[in-house]
Design a protein. Sequence first.
Length: 305
Amino acid sequence: MSVFPQHKYPLRSLNHVHSCPRRCPLVLRVICSATTKPRLNQSQLVVEPRIEMSPDQLVSPASPPLLNDPSLQSTWSHRVWLASGCATVMFSLAKAIVGAASSHVWLEPVLAGYVGYVLADLGSGVYHWGIDNYGDASTPVFGAQIEAFEGHHKWPWTITRRQFANNLHALARAITFSVLPIDLLCNDPIVHGFVALCSGCIMFSQQFHAWAHGTKSKLPPLVVALQDVGVLVSRSQHSAHHRPPYNNNYCIVSGVWNQFLDKHKVFEALEMVLFFRLGVRPRSWSEPSIEWIDDTETASQVAVQ
Ligand SMILES: [Zn+2]
Ligand SMILES: [Zn+2]
């Protein structure tokens, strides 16, 4: 779920400076939630440790990208990875259809495909929650994506300017490596029904995400219709993810899991477990650093250019 976009605009949350406590004197700060942003959703005074940074230690946010910035364009490498991802998904889908046709059993592969579509949404939410809340740019494997997600929260609108293959190539590469072995080793149409729909939805989740940031009048009517009936994540549901308290609506395929996960505070429970087991605080517990505030003013300035 790249929001793999803003690699060029590295951003770091102030949370990331926990590794330098001796250089960054710890002070106590009293926050009255009635007069500050409702990040913590609390009505009482909160005493919270805060890291005081000297000016030279602050990481200044990068400038917003230009509309024609090369980092938003697709490269041939992006297109090749997207093609390979599509090929592996289509091969799995073909195996599901051929297997169902030859065995005259259609119900199970179709049901498996539906389960794959539903679980892809859940998977997108779990992954997005993890990337949004834990690790930093130096985290192995996921560092670039964590950094990119932070960039997306700073300038959400850039995802709508990103070219198709640029937006999807990272997921397409992961899908290629994970689905290709299944394509080669498995002939079960039920398995392929599940794999094809699940991996396809995950690979295109970044496009669904981009459409969720789109303006209704500029989106294809079919996309708007699919968003309105809940087949694709809706614009209103995802916009809530980019508003305080920044800890809900993580799912970006259909969004069908969002209400259940948020109503039952599933991610908040997981955050508590991780905190008490490992002592790791999720970013959503902290007041938004400047990197996490939607720079809508800047966005609107650029949008009219
Ligand atoms: Zn997010
Ligand atoms: Zn978004």
